[in-house]
Each structure stands twice: as structure tokens, then as C-alpha cells.
Design a protein. Structure first.
Length: 172
């Protein structure tokens, strides 16, 4: 294990219940689209659709979502079994292929980007996971060794020249 402190199981259970409430609210019109999307995977055991709200970043026309539970997250394991996903950001929905990423260097790259874009929120999350307040790139890559990221390529249907419709929504 790359770091010593783990989030307690009661907190994961609480987050699971919160995820269900966020998903339901999202479908009823509550829009967290600047930070949260709904990711629907196919259950690897049941074959049923499984929807999870996840934070995301758009980088160079791709959507990146990180798994705090690493490769153990059910939604990540579902993607490994079947990379076809459905994504909802605000009112836009589309089908896509997801690429699982477990390389610590690439995971650390996304964490660094998220730290630049959301310094307080991400630093608090990293601190809760056991990373010290001040850390270097080597410590971040060590931390990232048991994390996972998924890259989702968005469909190229421009809303305005050179931008996808999700990019156009993100700019508003």
C-alpha cells in the first residue's frame, strides 16, 4: 500500500448513500455539472446499468475521472470488464468508450492538474487520504500507485467551431 491512512468504512458507506442522493437530484434537475457528471457503467456481474456521480476534469477534449478507491471501486471494475459507458453532464448525455489508467505517473499528472484548478478541495481530499500538507512529485506518484483514473473521449460534435458541446457548456 502506498500510504498508511485509509478512509474508514463508515465514511465510504456514507459516501455511497450520498452518491445515490446526488444521482437522484441530478436526474430531477439539480445541476452539479461544473464538477460532477453521472457515469453509467454496465455491472460486470449483473449486466445491469450502474450510475455513479463522479467529479471530472476536461483536458484536451477528454473527460478524466479519478477513483479515490483506486482499482477497487465498483464503477472502475465495471469499466475494466466493459469500457462502454454513458455520460451525463448537465443536460447532455452521450455514449463513449472509457480507458482505465493505473500508471502512477499519469494518475499523478491528473492530481497535479486538479490541485491547480481546485487547490483547497483537492488538498483537503489528499490530506484526508494521508498525504502530508507539503509533498513533492515523488510522494504524489507514490500516493497515486493505488489510485486509478479513467479517460473518456467525448464525441466530436461541435457546438461552436473548435469546441464540443460540453466545452461550450463548461465555458458558461
Amino acid at each position: 500500500m502506498a500510504h498508511s491512512r485509509r478512509i474508514p468504512i463508515w465514511l465510504w458507506r456514507w459516501m455511497h448513500r450520498l452518491n445515490r442522493r446526488i444521482s437522484g437530484g441530478y436526474r430531477r434537475g439539480a445541476r452539479l455539472g461544473r464538477l460532477v457528471l453521472l457515469l453509467t457503467t454496465t455491472g460486470r456481474k449483473t449486466g445491469l446499468p450502474r450510475t455513479t456521480p463522479v467529479q471530472y476534469e476536461i483536458v484536451d477534449g477528454a473527460i478524466y475521472v479519478a477513483s479515490a478507491r483506486g482499482q477497487e471501486a465498483d464503477w472502475f471494475r465495471n469499466i475494466v470488464a466493459n469500457p462502454r459507458v454513458r455520460v451525463q453532464i448537465k443536460d447532455e448525455q452521450f455514449e463513449a468508450l472509457a480507458e482505465p489508467i493505473t500508471d502512477p505517473t499519469r494518475v499523478a499528472d491528473l492530481l497535479e492538474l486538479r490541485l491547480k484548478r481546485h487547490p483547497v478541495m483537492i488538498r483537503l481530499m489528499l490530506l484526508a487520504e494521508g498525504l502530508p500538507l507539503r509533498f513533492n512529485r515523488t510522494a504524489l506518484e507514490t500516493f497515486a500507485a493505488d489510485k486509478a483514473v479513467v479517460a473518456i473521449r467525448m464525441p466530436q460534435v461541435p457546438a461552436t467551431p473548435g469546441k464540443t458541446s460540453v466545452d461550450a457548456q463548461e465555458a458558461t
